[in-house]
Design a protein around this ligand. Structure first.
Ligand SMILES: *Cc1c(COP(=O)(O)O)cnc(C)c1O
Length: 399
């Protein structure tokens, strides 16, 4: 039995009541108790992006020649991110609906670039985002996955070299990866990619809006962007640490020749020439405008300040974890994303359940059993409360 569209609609007031009811069992992100999912930029900035979204709510990014405002904002957003990531002058890019789309676009471009290879493959670390597997599934590309072992679980460059062959069309490095926030050995990957003449994609979906600012603050961050000569493309999410509205990410290419492979054109349609650079057709003007708005609203200093506060909060949590006798941080995370494991006496999944009963949501991860934390601005005011609950939860499940 399907739900029938009601004959007579309900009014706004009733809708508002329904929303309240619908949200009742959601994660309580507003009190900073989820790590990830929601990147709340604070009250003022939230108003800025919501207003920007509403100002371009009805505009459509489908055809860049129709709404010149959207084209201009998109070009400026792409250009600002390109310079943030040390792109050379000829670098170009495109706004997409999210990291997944950015990654699919880059893989499609690489596949087209290597159109003579009948059975292409890509090589990724097991910590790479599943968007690469999803893209591979869509594009019929084989994925060769390299394990991440040891004290600092990043992929081993010799293992990557071992699985490369003449059909490898892309190497992938994450900056950082999602599961434990570690940055892949990108310098070595770049060297390998140069030597073998393979397209290197850097997935900076998570790090693109945090690593450059930590660097400006003096943190020692290894080169992760276009400074590495083999990097052909980079994905960066604005809707994560860029604090834009959901539905905004950028894919960048070292030059226009590479980007051209991402494009789709159909010329024989009765409706006219249909050209589309990315996967979407109709696109929300709101997401474009809010990306442009938040970047201009924060500016370099705003992002730098947020990065500093966020890093401070992350370090505080990490310190509490390291000082507990039961838990241990995985590897040496440089940014504000990390995971932690049990030293053996407690079960981290039980810990996650206990924390959830106190309202805190942490992702449970596998290989090794660990809990994930992405710290963003919305968490900052609640860090002390979290640490207290974390310590109490450890004590509670220990016996
Ligand atoms: C979030 C994320 C993605 C995918 O982005 P979506 O916006 O969820 O599609 C890809 N890579 C990394 C490292 C991510 O954190």
């Amino acid at each position: 039995m399907h739900l029938k569209l009601r004959e007579r609609g309900i009014d706004e007031e009733e809708l508002a009541t329904s929303f309240k009811e619908l949200k009742k069992n959601d994660l309580d992100w507003e009190s900073g108790r989820t790590f990830g999912f929601v990147y709340y930029p604070g009250e003022h900035a939230a108003r800025v992006i919501m207003n920007a979204y509403n100002s371009f709510f009805f505009e459509n990014g489908l055809n860049p020649t129709v709404f010149k405002s959207l084209r201009r904002m998109e070009n400026e957003v792409v250009s600002m991110i390109a310079s943030l990531l040390n792109a050379p002058d000829g670098a170009v890019g495109h706004l997409t609906s999210g990291g997944t789309e950015s990654i699919i676009c880059a893989m499609k471009a690489s596949q087209k670039f290597h159109n003579k290879i009948a059975h292409p493959n890509i090589v990724i670390a097991e910590t790479a985002h599943p968007a690469f597997n999803k893209a591979a599934d869509l594009l019929n590309i084989q994925v060769r996955t390299v394990a991440c072992k040891g004290k600092i679980p990043t992929p081993d460059i010799s293992e990557i070299e071992y699985v490369i062959d003449e059909n490898t069309i892309m190497l992938v490095g994450s900056a950082p990866c999602y599961p434990n926030g570690l940055i892949d050995p990108l310098e070595e990957l770049s060297g390998l990619a140069l030597r073998k003449n393979i397209w290197l994609h850097v997935d900076a979906c998570l790090g693109g809006f945090i690593l450059p600012f930590l660097e400006q603050l003096g943190a020692k961050i290894p080169a992760f962007d276009f400074r590495l000569p083999a990097v052909s493309s980079i994905s960066v999410d604005i809707h994560k640490y860029g604090y834009g509205a959901k539905g905004s990410s950028v894919v960048l290419y070292r030059n226009a020749e590479l980007r051209k492979k991402q494009y789709f054109v159909h010329t024989s349609w009765p409706g006219g020439v249909y050209a589309s650079p990315s996967l979407t057709g109709t696109r929300s003007g709101g997401a474009i405008a809010s990306a442009w708005a938040i970047m201009n609203y924060f500016g370099m200093k705003g992002y730098r300040d947020k990065a500093q506060e966020t890093l401070h909060a992350a370090r505080k949590i990490q310190k509490a974890i390291s000082q507990s006798n039961e838990l241990e941080i995985v590897g040496d995370p440089l940014a504000t994303v990390f995971s932690f494991i049990s030293k053996g006496r407690i079960d981290v999944y039980d810990l996650a359940d206990e924390l959830l009963s106190r309202g805190w949501h942490l992702d449970k991860q596998m290989k090794p059993p660990s809990l994930h934390i992405t710290v963003s601005i919305g968490n900052i005011p609640y860090v002390d409360e979290f640490i207290a609950d974390l310590e109490a939860s450890v004590e509670k499940i220990k016996y």
